[in-house]
Design a protein around this ligand. Structure first.
Ligand code: ATP
Ligand SMILES: O=c1ccn([C@@H]2O[C@H](COP(=O)(O)O)[C@@H](O)[C@H]2O)c(=O)[nH]1
Length: 309
């Protein structure tokens, strides 16, 4: 600031001089006249500094200086805060990794298979055969949701009704809780002589986040049985089933919506497990018995391999 004042003063006292290099400035002619030298003493009272009459823009410069230092301090503060946040996030992440939830059921003691496929691919039909031949407990997520929808006093009844009619996926907390409760109830009802617990989870998971939640919190699956079927075949089967099923979603409008949800939301689940080599894919367009003969032999082989029995 002091330097700026001095520079400006020099400019005011010798107009034009400061703008030119010294070699171009007119040479100062010194005279012997006393008035030519600057007067150091005066009888006039000195003007107080703050009442300076100079045109020097003190206030704006001070404002700029203050604003500049304020901005700098703010930036330093922001950076410190950001660094603290990053540190806290890293710590939280490492804690999360250490305290990963333990699945409710031990996968060494309980066998879970997911049964997936488009609407009408024949999941329920084939599950009935697997129950008969391998002692599975069959839990259909759709059936559990429909039962919850009908349960008097259920707070989710209306929500489930709407989601099913629209072919949308019911929020996973509801479905996962229904499945976990059903598994628990089934295990509690078991007699010691019963077959080791095996579950077919039919029509679930239908969304990647559901799959992750179930695997982490309930029980990881041994493998997935995927019934692969073209849409036109599934549509014909569903429309035929709709003549007697009484299901609110076995009509052409709901069927189209369900297909869309299946392609966009549920296929990624199958892709995810396929990457881990956990998918048994079966052509489901064939007659029921043909489909089952493949399913039976492959499931027998995989159970032997995965259960180690
Ligand atoms: N391989 C098949 N060939 C011909 N019809 C079949 C075959 N499998 C199942 N069906 C019939 O198709 C209809 C749908 O079968 P199913 O209910 O087993 O399908 P789903 O995959 O469980 O359907 P959703 O997901 O809608 O519950 C039923 O009427 C069933 O009898
Ligand atoms: O995990 C699930 C499973 C099902 N739904 C809803 O239920 C219907 C019918 O399911 P089906 O397996 O065909 O019986 C399905 O279209 C979804 O709306 C769900 O939300 N979550």
């Amino acid at each position: 600031m002091q330097l700026a004042r001095q520079l400006l003063k020099a400019r005011i006292s010798a107009p034009g001089a400061a703008l030119k290099p010294s070699c171009l400035r007119p040479t100062t002619i010194r005279t012997a006249t006393p008035t030519a030298s600057p007067r150091l003493y005066s009888t006039k009272p000195k003007e107080p500094l703050h009442k300076s009459k100079s045109n020097f823009p003190v206030v704006p410069l001070v404002a700029i200086f203050l604003a500049g230092s304020g901005a700098f301090a703010y930036m330093v503060n922001q950076r410190k805060e950001l660094e603290q946040k990053v540190k806290a996030a890293k710590e939280a992440e490492s804690i999360k990794q250490v305290v990963k939830p333990t699945p409710f059921f031990n996968p060494k003691e309980v066998t879970v298979l997911y049964v997936l496929g488009g609407p009408g691919a024949g999941k329920g039909t084939q599950c009935a055969n697997l129950v008969r031949d391998f002692g599975f407990v069959h839990l259909s997520a759709g059936d559990l949701l429909r039962a919850e929808q009908e349960r008097p006093g259920s707070q989710f009844g209306e929500l489930i009704k709407t989601y099913i009619r629209e072919g949308k996926i019911v929020p996973m907390e509801v479905t996962v809780a229904l499945l976990q409760n059903a598994m628990k109830a089934s295990l509690e009802a078991r007699k010691p002589a019963d077959h080791p617990p095996r579950f077919l989870i039919d029509g679930f998971p239908r969304q990647v986040d559901q799959a992750i939640k179930f695997e982490e919190e309930v029980c990881p699956c041994k493998f997935v049985v995927f019934f692969d079927c073209p849409e036109d075949v599934m549509e014909a089967r569903l429309l035929n089933r709709g003549k007697t099923s009484g299901r609110s979603d076995d009509n052409i409008e709901s069927i189209k919506k369900r297909f869309k949800t299946f392609v966009n939301t549920s296929m990624p689940v199958i892709d995810m497990f396929a990457k881990d080599g956990k998918v048994l894919s079966v052509n489901a367009a064939a007659p029921v018995e043909t489909v089952y003969s493949t399913v039976k032999s492959e499931v027998a082989r995989l159970l032997k391999e995965k259960e180690g029995k």
